[in-house]
Structure formats: C-alpha cells, structure tokens
Design a protein around this ligand. Sequence first.
Ligand SMILES: [Zn+2]
Length: 81
Amino acid sequence: MPLYEYRCTDCQTCFEALRPMRESNSPISCPRCASLSAQRQISTFAAISKSNGDSSRLVTSSQSGGGCASCRGGSCATCGH
Ligand SMILES: [Zn+2]
C-alpha cells in the first residue's frame, strides 16, 4: 500500500498515511484537529524520477551525438545540457 503525504489546510499539520491507491484523493481526517480538509501532497521524489526518465528517453531517441532533443545539436546553452 503506498504511503501518501497530506497537509491539513486548517492547522497546517503534515502527516503521512498508508492508503489504497484508489482512496488517495478521498478525504482523510487530520490527526491533530480532525478536520477533513487535508490535501494530498505530491511526492517530490516521484516527480523528479519521472521527469528524469522522460528527458533521458527523449535525448537518446532523437540524437545520436552532441546536442540534445531541445537544442538540436547547436550550443546547448539554452537547455543546460
Ligand atoms: Zn488539522
């Protein structure tokens, strides 16, 4: 069962909860004030690993040497590669 992070919008408490994926967006009560207005936080780790995978796949499939997908072999100053 995945671990989700939530932040209570009433008291700003952050807490984690193990929940089935299909219930990740359903209301959960805050452990501090029992409010049901907690919002799920997007995991930073998951967001970073996903974007890394996408960009490396893009680069390898469209360029065989030098440059990268977004700057097409010129100077890479604009895209940071
Ligand atoms: Zn709260």
